[in-house]
Design a protein around this ligand. Structure first.
Ligand code: NAP
Length: 348
């Protein structure tokens, strides 16, 4: 028997990815869908303007959309809720005993909420003990900002092997990262916008240090390296690209850095979780890759592509990374988180 799951914010850009990625999932089955009062009470096929390839199954399209307060039959709830409401709604549901596996930014930096990339920091799940004591049983687990997933995955093997001292990153972020309708077409076409609202740069400067830090049994201790980010919205549909510059504790060659990246594996690969990419990081040799259109769908959008790993005279290394922002950067990340929770027997 599959585990019934609900999707909060099911009508949005990330919610639709959840529906798409959970179709035919070997462990989870979409049983409930929820969104705002605007959608509640209507069948999903009417409440949602589907904007991805394919279509939801009839069984899902027929589900009547609920509001997000609950109660729900499913004990596992994926959240693609708008951040204006996610904070309160998710905390309320965790307080009612649900496992909330969220994309939203609201609880990512809470002192007992894991900000999880299963390949990188599965030990951060140890914080759930304290969180469950606080809530009475339910909990929230979050995945990082869509750029941070790619950045932290590219940094993790370098940090482990050589130690990070300083990181600078310039992002080129896809339009789908802003949800629908997102950036106005008159602003996006033939243009680059050097600003993304909602504290994007601040998130990129804070979350990787939390993720690459450790949980010491009482709290999260962030990694000590410094990080500076500059973000840009570019006219690409899906796929965030990043130019990354790193200064290391122990200098290395580009070849050794590329090997550390290519050989990187984690618990999802050991446990063969259903959504885990075989290789979390694909290192590309061609001098003009990665590119969003050509590389974002590697391993179903769950692998990060890295290229142009090279030595640098100002920093020590520089490289390019690419992540599919609504798959590995959002819904796919949350589904992998839930698979790890199930594999570790942590689902309610
Ligand atoms: P979106 O397309 O605007 O969808 C927002 C969803 O939230 C819709 O289902 C909407 O329902 C629901 N909602 C809005 N107000 C609500 C309310 N008052 N009560 C209950 N539900 C409400 O946004 P998105 O791009 O999917 O992003 C969703 C979340 O994921 C955000 O927190 C975002 O920061 C995060 N995220 C997005 C990406 C990305 O690449 N897009 C990546 C990582 C994380 P209605 O249709 O009924 O209004």
């Amino acid at each position: 028997m599959k585990i019934p799951v609900g999707i909060l914010g099911a009508t949005g850009a990330v919610g639709q990815r959840f529906v798409q990625l959970l179709a035919d999932h070997p462990w989870f089955e979409v049983a409930e869908l929820a969104a705002s009062d605007r959608s509640a009470g209507r069948p999903y096929r009417e409440a949602c303007t589907w904007r991805l390839a394919g279509a939801p199954s009839d069984a899902v399209a027929d589900i009547r959309v609920a509001t997000c307060e609950g109660p729900f039959r499913a004990k596992v709830l994926f959240s693609g809720l708008d951040s204006s409401v996610a904070g309160e709604v998710e905390a309320g549901l965790a307080g009612q005993g649900y496992a909330v596996v969220s994309n939203a930014r609201n609880h990512r930096m809470d002192p007992d909420v894991p900000l999880l990339i299963p390949e990188v920091n599965p030990d951060h799940l140890d914080a759930l003990d304290a969180q469950r004591r606080r809530t009475g049983g339910g909990y929230i687990v979050t995945n990082p900002n869509c750029s941070v997933v790619g950045l932290a995955m590219a940094l993790a093997p370098l940090h482990r092997a050589f130690g990070l001292r300083e990181v600078a990153v310039a992002t080129l972020q896809a339009l789908s990262g802003a949800g629908y309708p997102g950036v106005a077409s008159m602003d996006a076409t033939d243009n680059v916008v050097p600003y993304i609202g909602g504290g994007e740069e601040e998130k990129i400067e804070a979350e990787p240090r939390r993720i690459l830090g450790r949980f010491d049994g009482r709290g999260f201790v962030p990694a000590a390296f410094a990080i500076s980010a500059a973000v840009h919205r570019v006219p690409v549909s899906d796929g965030h690209t990043m130019a990354i510059f790193v200064r290391l504790e122990r200098k290395t060659s580009a070849a050794d850095a590329a090997r550390a990246l290519a050989e990187f594996r984690g618990e999802p690969q050991e446990r063969r979780l259903p959504s885990a990419p075989r290789r979390p990081i694909h290192v590309l040799d061609a001098p003009d890759r990665p590119q969003p259109r050509l590389d974002r769908d590697r391993e179903g959008g769950m692998a990060v592509s890295v290229g142009r790993v090279r030595e640098d005279r100002t920093f020590d290394l520089k490289l390019e990374a690419l992540v599919h922002n609504t798959i590995r950067g959002a819904a796919g990340a949350a589904i992998l988180n839930a698979e790890l929770l199930k594999a570790r027997d942590l689902l309610p």
